[in-house]
Design a protein around this ligand. Structure first.
Ligand code: FAD
Length: 118
């Protein structure tokens, strides 16, 4: 039988989704247009609705309702997303990330270190 890739696991979907989200936030404009802000908020709400893990999605919907997406600036969005990820990290007993722009940019935008590995 020929090789076929398996559907992604919950952890794979999670790590890929966070990669996309944090990288997108890292490159979000410093001065977004009104349309940028609206689309980004809508994108996050749509993600919370359609995230392909039922109970993850339902918790994320509650979290987004408690703390709606902050899309005014790149920094706002990066920090908001970091906080959201930390809510999930806390729930799963994972280590919390230090939510500073320095650490976020180092992880998701430009690494000044040769220590980071691909
Ligand atoms: P991930 O948590 O996937 O993190 C990937 C990398 O992001 C880390 O290695 C680290 O370098 C970096 N990182 C970690 N924290 C932060 C932060 N706060 N800010 C910036 N960067 C950070 N799984 C469940 O089992 N139950 C759930 O309810 C659940 N809800 C989820 C909700 C959403 C919206 C998403 C996107 C994922 C959810 N997941 C959930 C998946 C879960 O968060 C992890 O992605 C999954 O467990 C794999 O974890 P990981 O150890 O690979 O690291």
């Amino acid at each position: 039988d020929s090789y076929r890739a398996c559907p992604p696991t919950r952890d794979e979907i999670g790590a890929s989704t966070w990669s996309l989200l944090h990288t997108m936030a890292a490159w979000y404009p410093n001065k977004p247009t009104r349309e940028d802000k609206q689309l980004m908020s809508t994108f996050m709400m749509a993600l919370a609705r359609f995230y392909p893990c039922t109970w993850c999605a339902s918790d994320f919907q509650n979290n987004v309702q408690l703390s709606p997406p902050r899309t005014e600036t790149r920094e706002d969005l990066c920090l908001w997303l970091c906080e959201q990820h930390n809510v999930v990290n806390g729930k799963l007993g994972k280590q919390l990330f230090n939510c500073t722009m320095n650490d976020l940019d180092e992880r998701w935008r430009k690494s000044s270190s040769s220590k980071c590995q691909k």
